[in-house]
Design a protein around this ligand. Structure first.
Ligand code: ATP
Length: 270
């Protein structure tokens, strides 16, 4: 008998207001353990804000965000919050790496913050993570400025995975990468996902990335999640944003199961 999948993140009756501006109105959402859930929506629809709320970096105006069954909202003094923090990794679109630190020190940072590991152990763990993201040890002492865009993303991913998180948050993971680099980054995420049993929550504007990675897609529009489900269901849902978003690739979605089609990124409708 199938058991109900576990909600590793559970959002209930969530409202977000900035002054008179309502961004989210009664959002209810469950992120299942082991899935890749992608948030899409027009500019200003509240994707990043929702991601930051799941990370505990912002509080909703009303409602709750439960991660691993507990709320993040109990301030930095709460050891439970610290525990949640160390069980999540995040790859931010901007400022992926500390520019004044070497590749090695960037990845070592979250490990050193634990204050429980010896430098020998940290060195071994950093090297394992570099290997996981296919960066050779010869790059460990380089500064971020000496790396290509693709390598920066990989090192940032290694840092996000430093503590072996259960949940990985990806904010525009392939933004700024050319299609080839983007594709190899997506392949890397897919490989690591099964290797590490990750649950992934992602925000992306890139259709290639969306199609390649997502198990389910949640569409934010009209301050709500208007639909959530697999691509096949979501792209058919009658909503102006969805019609416009998937318009240029609708025929490709229909061929998807039988082809190795290369997807093209289309501009986001506003
Ligand atoms: N700290 C804040 N103070 C006031 N308004 C904010 C704040 N943070 C976000 N907003 C507003 O909330 C709305 C949602 O912003 P958010 O960045 O979450 O949207 P988004 O869907 O991620 O947009 P984009 O795709 O353009 O990145 C926007 O109108 C934004 O201006």
């Amino acid at each position: 008998m199938m058991t109900n999948p576990e909600c590793i993140i559970e959002i209930e009756s969530l409202y977000t207001r900035f002054g008179n501006h309502i961004v989210h109105r009664d959002i209810n959402l469950c992120v299942y353990r082991g899935e890749v859930l992608t948030l899409i929506g027009g500019s200003g629809s509240g994707k990043t804000t929702l991601l930051r709320q799941m990370l505990g970096l912002e509080e909703p105006s009303q409602g709750s965000v439960k991660v691993f069954g507990g709320t993040r909202s109990n301030a930095a003094t709460n050891p439970r919050r610290k525990n949640i923090h160390s069980r999540s990794g995040v790859l931010f679109q901007q400022g992926a790496l500390f520019s004044a630190l070497t590749v090695f020190d960037n990845i070592a940072l979250p490990l050193r913050e634990l204050h429980t590991l010896s430098e020998d152990m940290i060195r071994d763990l950093v090297m394992v993570k570099l290997n996981m993201v296919a960066i050779g040890p010869e790059h460990a002492n380089k500064m971020p400025a000496a790396l290509s865009g693709g390598m920066i993303k990989r090192v940032a991913l290694a840092r996000a995975l430093a503590l072996d998180p259960e949940i990985l948050f990806l904010d525009e993971p392939t933004a700024g990468l050319d299609p080839e680099l983007s594709e190899s980054f997506v392949e890397l995420v897919l490989a690591l996902r099964s290797e590490m049993d990750l649950t992934i929550v992602m925000v992306t504007h890139d259709l290639d990335t969306l199609v390649a990675l997502s198990d389910r897609i949640a569409v934010l529009a009209d301050q709500q999640v208007v639909v959530i489900g697999p691509l096949d269901e979501v792209y058919r849902f009658p909503h102006p944003f969805i019609n416009s978003y998937f318009k240029s690739i609708r025929h490709k979605i229909e061929q998807q199961n039988n082809s190795e089609q290369t997807w093209k990124t289309v501009p986001m409708p506003s």
